[in-house]
Design a protein. Sequence first.
Length: 202
Amino acid sequence: MRRRVLFLFVFLLSGFFIFAQNPKDISRIFSKSHDQNQRAIEYADGAVTLDLNSGLLQQVYNEDEDYINITIPISENEDVTLDLHKFKILNDNFILRTSSGDTLKDYKRGLFYRGKIKDKEGIVTLSIFSNEIIGIISIKGSGNYNIGKIKETQNQYVVYNDHKVKVPRSFECHKQDTPVDLEQRRTNNSIAARVDNCVKFY
């Protein structure tokens, strides 16, 4: 009898953990746009334009799930399914300050996820905020697919492969560098002040 009770307890306990890790499908958060964004087309070959469901985004953000999955198009003919789990990059004492030292009290933390791609070798990172999603899907042999909001649009997003970007990505700084006296800077900044103002990460 005792063995039966123990077996039932283990069975129910294992079922609880399986249920607890059952990911929520948030695939409806994106849908393919009927009208391709011209800026996205000009930026990268094969770029896919998506429409964000802002109401569902807010719901996902508020529910704060530990496990999610999402199926998302990475080209006109291919979708990928992402299995993701939440991870913590900021500790509980995280404080965001401006350059002038003021604390931003209304800052809303993001939800940060990472995981794998179903039936493919690669890794994924996805950051969900109350009003935006940012992500990178890195697939072995295919490159990095970036997920980001298109500027000057309300809810349009683009997925593009950074190997297929057509716009030259070059940066040239035209400001002359000013010599910095590192020893003087170390003297002026106390160790305590530097540590106190650090952003802490896990």
